[in-house]
Design a protein around this ligand. Structure first.
Ligand code: FES
Ligand code: FES
Length: 213
């Protein structure tokens, strides 16, 4: 007598049971709850933000990223979702003067914070100097990375003015130079699949008003 027969189950029954278990494990997450009926709505949390100078009050699922709050709830779709994993920089916005990847930050973490998106930098009629420089120097091709590039570039110049060193700053006691190496390092979190990097650097250097080797 083998082990299967010893526990009173036929080989066919064993196979059917095994297949049923495998199918259950293959169900998408949440499928079992759907079969049991609708679950309770997720709780919402009030969030107050100042976005491009306007006060906004939102009621959000606390898992909502700042990126989704901007795009899906405030309909500010200038900020782009590239990777949604902090790897491309397409979602860069400026929060309280510092650039962040909005896909990596929950909206509820920014209660009463001041958020600037590409829509808040300039308008088609009155471009921000960095926007105008990107146009002048062809700092884009498809344009998908461009809002993040421009927000990042604006913040980079503030970082340099404030004397914040980067990984390539040689002298930590002096003001960081506005060299191409500094700009490329500081902009390295913003990926451009079209490869417009050299033109982006030119645009940033023009706005900075300095051209150093
Ligand atoms: S979408 Fe946020 S870093 Fe790529
Ligand atoms: S302009 Fe196309 S990804 Fe940068």
């Amino acid at each position: 007598m083998d082990d299967v027969a010893a526990i009173g189950m036929s080989r066919r029954g064993m196979l059917i049971t095994g297949a049923a278990c495998a199918a259950t494990h293959a169900l998408p997450a949440g499928a079992s709850e759907r079969q049991q009926g609708p679950s309770a709505a997720p709780p919402v949390t009030p969030v107050r933000l100042t976005v491009n100078g306007s006060d906004k009050e939102l009621s959000l699922d606390p898992r909502t990223t700042l990126l989704d709050a901007l795009r899906e709830h405030l309909h500010l779709t200038g900020t782009k979702k590239g990777c949604d994993h902090g790897q491309c920089g397409a979602c860069t916005v400026i929060v309280n003067g510092r650039r962040i990847n909005s896909c990596l930050s929950l909206a509820v973490m920014h209660e009463r914070d001041s958020v600037t998106t590409i829509e808040g930098l300039g308008t088609p009629e009155k471009l921000h100097p960095m926007q105008a420089a990107f146009v002048k120097h062809d700092g884009y091709q498809c344009g998908y990375c461009t809002p993040g590039q421009i927000c990042s570039a604006v913040a980079v110049l503030e970082e340099i003015r404030a004397g914040s060193p980067s990984h390539v700053t040689a002298d930590l006691t002096a003001a960081p130079p506005l060299s191409e190496a500094e700009i490329r390092e500081r902009m390295s979190g913003n990926i451009c699949r079209c490869g417009a990097y050299s033109n982006i650097v030119e645009a940033i250097r023009e706005v900075a008003g300095r051209r150093q080797a």
